[in-house]
Design a protein around this ligand. Structure first.
Ligand code: HEC
Length: 285
């Protein structure tokens, strides 16, 4: 019996370890969004930001307005008066009026529907993405994104965040890495092993310094301020991502609550079954 228990325990630990390992191994370049899906205030603020800053280009066509009332807790009058720019009834899907052909001409690509984006990209990716726009005069809208290179989307939250640029240190390290990369290619072509090793060392050192810079939040700086400070902007983005995460799975809250109940029920059932087993075997031993 004890041996069987040990085997079971080992299996459970293995599965737990594997799940944790898989979660921990997601992209190291993203920052944790730390969203709280049961925080209704946060969901409401996110819904408002979405309707004001994102809906013009991105529909949420697999979600209906009434999901804003049920799950997010926005009073129905407020949804009708303030949030419904396109639909007529609360049972309508959240679409927008942007003709796809025009969008293609303006942006080179039709802005995708975002109902399921949180499932595709994950909350941390979205959070980091919305914080990674920086000034780049080579791009059509004057901005680029360090997480989504050469993105076709303008930085629509710039009035809030301000103008973000890469710090001098970041620019310097990146050009060092680029130069070392070219150096390695040339050294390989010429068969110059010493030069290749030297460039690889430079690249390694610069990459580590760059990672440290990102970790210390010194990769970007704000060149001209927006209407929010850094902390406030983070909160707005976190709420927005929380809302997008809700949109991708409105039953998540119910599902999680139900899961806990089911596990408690199974534990109770286990206790009762165990007592019953003892009762059955009492006279045999
Ligand atoms: C002016 C139009 C416009 C607005 C407003 C806009 N976007 Fe975009 N967005 C785009 C375009 C165009 C793309 C496609 C970019 C590409 O693929 O290069 C895009 C792409 C994205 C993507 C990446 C999708 C993918 O491929 O994974 C996300 C996420 C996103 N937008 C979120 C938002 C959010 C959140 C807002 C509101 C704060 C917003 N967008 C507002 C035009 C817009």
């Amino acid at each position: 019996m004890a041996k069987l228990l040990k085997t079971k325990l080992a299996v459970v630990l293995c599965i737990a370890g594997l799940t944790f390992g898989l979660q921990a191994s997601t992209d190291g370049d993203t920052e944790s969004a730390n969203i709280r899906s049961d925080n209704k205030m946060s969901l409401q603020s996110g819904a408002k930001t979405y309707m004001n800053y994102c809906l013009a280009c991105h529909s949420l066509q697999y979600m209906r307005y009434d999901k804003l009332v049920d799950g997010v807790g926005v009073p129905v009058e407020l949804v009708e008066q303030n949030l419904m720019f396109t639909g007529d009834k609360t049972s309508d899907h959240i679409t927008n009026n942007m003709p796809a052909a025009d969008a293609k001409e303006w942006f080179g690509i039709v802005p995708p529907d975002l109902t399921l984006i949180s499932r595709v990209r994950g909350a941390d990716w979205l959070y980091t993405y919305l914080k990674s726009f920086y000034a780049d005069s080579n791009r059509p809208f004057g901005v680029n994104n360090s997480l989504f290179k050469d993105v076709g989307m303008p930085h629509v939250l710039a009035p809030l965040q301000g103008k973000q640029v890469k710090t001098n240190n970041a620019v310097e390290l990146e050009s060092k890495i680029e130069a070392a990369d070219i150096g390695i290619a040339i050294a390989n072509r010429d068969g110059d092993a010493a030069a290749a090793t030297k460039n690889k060392a430079i690249m390694h050192e610069a990459s580590e310094a760059l990672a440290q810079l990102k970790h210390d939040h010194q990769y970007f700086e704000i060149a001209s301020a927006g209407s929010l400070n850094g902390e406030e902007y983070n909160t707005v983005v976190r709420d927005l991502v929380n809302f997008l995460d809700y949109a991708s799975e409105p039953v998540k809250l119910e599902r999680e609550a139900l899961g806990i109940k089911v596990i408690l029920f199974l534990l109770a059932l286990f206790g009762i079954t165990y007592l019953l087993k003892k009762e059955y075997w009492r006279d045999i031993h």
